[in-house]
Write a protein that binds this ligand. Structure first.
Ligand code: NAD
Length: 479
């Protein structure tokens, strides 16, 4: 049985942990490795290594740092299938999803490779007689990332490429549920020529995260995970004087207008709600059918859910894999039970769907006649459960959706430019889809969650990432 080591200064360092957790293949339910949970001393070692590496790395010419990104991009492209298969193995999502995820990760590396253009400063001569002012962007020092389980390749790579190309050194605490992909990514970074100590991995759970938050040698923390933890990370890291960006949970609303193209809408909703077993922060969770759209939509979605092939991620034809753990499946089933108790109509019951016997599988579930007072309409389920609500007008639908405390993403399906524009301008969500089920921005734009889906000022990716990982220095000179 493989037991994971930390990677500090490009060396494997055995963990001094009392508590260990199992890493599973969720499609079979078998344990594939063990991960240490409580070795917080390793954070101190990693900070030392990252601080040592910082002095030379931050002085390495930016063109050289950028070339490392070009090499990493080539390696990641070369190994894309292998990394995707590893994502499927430890996460369970189907291979095409995992392959797409690695593609999204490659985009961030491509963004980071443009650092020499993006990190140029500003300069203004003659701000007074004989005096000029210049602004330069400088790295922060040692920065850290604490990541969620659901995108084992993409989320760490939202952080590492922009952070290190800007001259910082990095400590990653990957999710203890899907840490194997990060280990492989680090090997590829090393092969691309990233020097020892520039990227380090410390495994663990809450205790290790806490040590990162309080460590005086770490300047900034990037976090992706559930809402309560995001809020905790934001408050705690800020209290310790750190710059923080904390991306939290979500409850994403989709609005279907009567003029929407039904078959395309059904495909987009199916992929949004059931893709990756609903374990996406951009997963569609509630659909509001406007006017007369409800009955046909419910009928078509039920038929589609019935056909959905649930199976092992590498198996040809699988459309949806398992949930991450059996406890998480129990939690999702708890929401299905609660939906029934609270009076929603269970039109398709995922508990009765044909799924493999082993592993943490659960079929797709569809509720109709859901109202905002029900838990399934308010709370993040993070599983393959879609709730349909009905509203008479678009204005009502937007008002209802805006009552959510979350604001990650929202989509509308319509052929009317007027309706699309109304929705785009009034919906309280940072990532808006128009006839798009998963409106994940390409890496050149920020991953712009609002409300309780995000704590901080500067988002992940896009120019925000560079602004987050650099400080501005303004120099005034009298020549
Ligand atoms: P999680 O909050 O359980 O864990 C995320 C990370 O926080 C892990 O590394 C974990 O070890 C650490 N952690 C957990 N509890 C902690 C605590 N009490 N103190 C300090 N650290 C702690 O999240 P998850 O289940 O791994 O991921 C799923 C969640 O992430 C969902 O809510 C999803 O919406 C969210 N997510 C959000 C985005 C986004 O962009 N907004 C993207 C992906 C996932």
């Amino acid at each position: 049985m493989e037991t994971l080591s930390h990677v500090i200064d490009n060396q494997h360092v055995a963990a001094q942990a009392r508590e260990w957790d199992n890493i599973y293949n969720p499609a079979t339910g078998t344990v594939i490795a063990k991960v240490p949970l409580d070795d917080d001393q390793a954070v101190d070692q990693a900070v030392e290594a990252a601080r040592r590496a910082y002095f030379s790395w931050s002085e390495t010419p930016i063109l050289e740092r950028a070339r490392t990104m070009f090499r990493f991009r080539e390696l990641l492209t070369l190994h894309r299938e292998e990394v995707a298969a590893l994502v499927t193995r430890e996460h369970g999502k189907i291979f095409s999803d995992a392959y797409g995820e690695v593609g999204r990760a490659i985009e961030v590396v491509e963004l980071a490779a443009g650092a020499p253009s993006l990190l140029k400063g500003e300069w203004l001569p003659q701000v007074a007689h004989g005096i000029e002012t210049a602004l330069m962007r400088v790295p922060l020092g040692v920065v850290a990332g604490i990541t969620a389980f659901n995108f084992p390749a993409m989320i760490p790579l939202w952080m590492i490429p922009p952070a290190i190309v800007s001259g910082n050194t990095f400590i990653l605490k990957p999710s203890e549920r899907t840490p194997l992909t990060s280990m492989r990514l680090l090997e590829l970074l090393q092969e691309a020529g990233v020097p020892a100590g520039v990227v380090n991995i410390v495994h663990g759970g809450r205790r290790v995260a806490d040590r990162i938050l309080e460590h005086p040698g770490i300047q900034a923390v990037s976090f992706v995970g559930s809402q309560p933890v995001a809020e905790y990370i934001y408050r705690t890291a800020a209290a310790w004087g750190k710059r923080v960006q904390a991306l939290g949970g979500a409850k994403n609303f989709h609005v279907v207008m009567p003029d929407a193209d039904l078959s395309r809408t059904v495909e987009a909703l199916t992929s949004s709600a059931f893709g990756s077993a609903g374990e996406r922060c951009l997963a569609g969770s509630v659909v509001i059918a406007v006017g007369g759209a409800g009955d046909t939509l419910t009928e078509a979605m039920t038929a589609r859910a019935q056909q959905l092939q649930v199976g092992e991620g590498m198996q040809e034809g699988s459309e949806m894999g398992p949930l991450i753990r059996s406890e998480h499946r129990d939690r999702v089933i708890g929401y299905i039970e609660r939906g029934v108790t609270e009076g929603a109509s269970l039109v398709y019951d995922g508990r009765q769907h044909t799924v493999p016997r082993e592993g943490f599988f659960l079929g797709p579930t569809l509720f109709d006649n859901v109202t905002l007072n029900m838990a399934i309409a308010r709370e993040e389920i993070f599983g393959p459960v879609l709730s349909i609500m009905r509203e008479p007008t678009l204005e009502d639908a937007v008002r209802t959706a805006n009552m959510s405390r979350y604001g990650n993403t929202a989509s509308i399906y319509t052929q009317s430019g007027q309706a699309a524009q109304y929705f785009r301008d009034r919906i309280e969500a940072g990532m808006v889809g128009i006839n798009v089920g998963v409106p994940a921005p390409v890496a050149w734009f920020p991953f712009a969650g609002w409300k309780n889906s995000f704590y901080g000022d500067l988002h992940a990716t896009g120019m925000d990432a560079f602004w987050f990982y650099t400080e501005r220095r303004v120099v005034t000179t009298r020549w």
